[in-house]
Design a protein around this ligand. Structure first.
Ligand SMILES: Cc1cc2nc3c(=O)[nH]c(=O)nc-3n(C[C@H](O)[C@H](O)[C@H](O)COP(=O)(O)OP(=O)(O)OC[C@H]3O[C@@H](n4cnc5c(N)ncnc54)[C@H](O)[C@@H]3O)c2cc1C
Length: 448
């Protein structure tokens, strides 16, 4: 029997992978009796903010990671594909249908024993995967800090608001994807220069929820929009409000700025404001976001909010199989281990399950190869600088460089520009990653 604590993105994947290898799994989830400041349901793998597993571009970092997870029969990815909603070139899902589907698979698996409890001190006489996420309650987080001896690290992460589709003025907004890539799946709200400046003034003047720990940093890749706006009046136009590739059908031109909304439910009645994570007070969100053309009558199905995330100092605590160095039979998975993102957390759950499976079978540890996206992510956790360690998403830059002679960069740049170079590099990484994974699985799991 192995104990998986937390049925989030990572714990759900870990429990599934172990159960499907014939192990008996005790899966402990504290919700709904206890909850976190961001979760609202009693379902497994709840997506607390956006409903997106990011880009589907096969040659992007997330595209490569998805291909790897698919090859290893990821439950999270399979349920995501089954509950997909239109989102251009990205994999977005109906969050409720997705979580229901993961929950059903786990609860119906004969090897999984689902238990509702809040664990404060795990029983380490049993092999254990700890996957309690960025909002792990204090008793357990303090226990982890004390047994690893490396303290706790934190960053702030915010949630974006969701609005009701019926309230969006489609005489102003229009459906399209940037550069018409994928279907016309996003609602786009255009702003001219005056509208943008008015919106920015209101945003900068609005009241924010005070932070309980002023010295805790934000996660740089997912800053609240008001913090981006603090950095300069043009910052949003180069970030979540960038207008490039979006022709307004009323003018035939790119507007000065655009707010994009992505479908959040299969029925299409809710849309979330892409990249608009925020810690404005709720009243301020209503006032400021209603200044966006097309959203004057917006009704909010969910407001944005901010939360303090916990993670370990991975380079001191973990090896590249996600095993806790100082404690036998304990693995960490998901965001608490120092990865960031739904997809990366699920991938961490899968990797921890692979490691635990080998230990349970009496086999020596075997890390995923660095040439794979998953292996490079785990290599980063174990080998980054511990002094200023910060969580990471999957990125092509984590992979070892490609041999120079494989790509004729100068010729590619001449014929297709930097975009062609990026795509060719991504394709070469993908080919190399999948070949390395095939070889790894042949050695690690010959019978599957
Ligand atoms: C506010 C916020 C916004 C985010 N927005 C995004 C986003 O838009 N896109 C994105 O890709 N990622 C986002 N993330 C980051 C991250 O991808 C998610 O938090 C992801 O869900 C992490 O997966 P996980 O499995 O590690 O943790 P979780 O999915 O949070 O799962 C942990 C589970 O453990 C349970 N649990 C916790 N403690 C205990 C205990 N002591 N005993 C029993 N059960 C316990 C919890 O109830 C939960 O179900 C966000 C995170 C936060 C906090």
């Amino acid at each position: 029997m192995i104990h998986v604590i937390g049925a989030g993105l990572a714990g759900s994947e870990a429990a599934w992978q172990l159960a499907s290898r014939g192990h008996r799994v005790r899966l402990t989830e504290m919700r709904p009796r206890w909850t976190t400041p961001a979760h609202t349901t009693d379902q497994a793998a709840e997506m607390v903010c956006s409903n997106s597993f990011k880009s589907d571009d096969p040659n992007s970092a997330t595209g490569i990671l998805k291909a790897e997870l698919q090859r290893m029969d990821s439950l999270v990815l399979r349920c995501a594909e089954a509950t997909r909603v239109p989102a251009g070139n990205s994999l977005a899902v109906d969050r409720e249908a997705f979580s229901r589907s993961v929950t059903k698979n786990l609860k119906e698996h004969p090897n999984i024993q689902w238990e509702e409890a809040q664990i404060s001190v795990p029983d380490l006489s049993q092999p254990t995967i700890l996957a309690t996420g960025p909002l792990t309650p204090d008793p357990l987080a303090d226990w982890l800090a004390s047994i690893t001896g490396s303290g706790r690290l934190h960053f702030y992460d915010a949630i974006a608001p969701i609005v009701e589709r019926d309230c969006i003025d489609m005489d102003i907004a229009w459906m399209a994807a940037r550069y018409d890539k994928g279907g016309a799946d996003f609602i786009n709200c255009p702003l001219d220069k005056d509208e943008y400046e008015r919106f920015l003034d209101a945003l900068l003047a609005s009241e924010r929820v005070p932070l309980s720990h002023a010295d805790t940093p934000y996660f740089e890749a997912c800053l609240p929009i008001e913090v981006m706006a603090d950095r300069g009046r043009e910052t949003l136009r180069h970030g979540p409000m960038k207008p490039v590739g979006l022709d307004d059908p009323r003018t035939g031109r790119w507007p000065h700025a655009v707010v994009q909304l992505r479908q959040d439910t299969l029925a299409g009645e809710h849309f979330n404001l892409v990249g608009f994570q925020t810690r404005l007070k709720w009243g301020a969100q209503r006032e400021v976001f209603r200044l966006i053309p097309g959203l004057a009558q917006a009704e909010f199905a969910r407001y944005g909010s901010i939360h303090r995330n916990t993670y370990v100092q991975a380079p001191l605590v973990l090896d590249s199989t996600l095993a806790v160095k100082s404690i036998p039979n304990l693995w960490l998975a998901g965001q608490i281990s120092g990865v960031e993102g739904y997809l990366e957390s699920a991938a961490g759950g899968l990797a921890a399950a692979f490691s635990a499976n080998r230990a349970l079978c009496g086999l020596p540890p075997m890390a995923f190869p660095r040439l794979t996206m998953l292996g490079s992510l785990l290599h980063y956790l174990a080998n980054a600088s511990s002094k200023d360690f910060a969580p990471t998403n999957a990125m092509l830059g984590l992979l070892p460089p490609l041999p120079e002679d494989r790509l004729n960069i100068r010729e590619l740049k001449r014929t297709g520009g930097t975009r062609a170079v990026k795509s060719a590099k991504g394709a070469a990484h993908r080919t190399r990653s999948l070949a390395a994974l095939t070889e790894h699985l042949r050695l690690a799991e010959p019978s599957r």
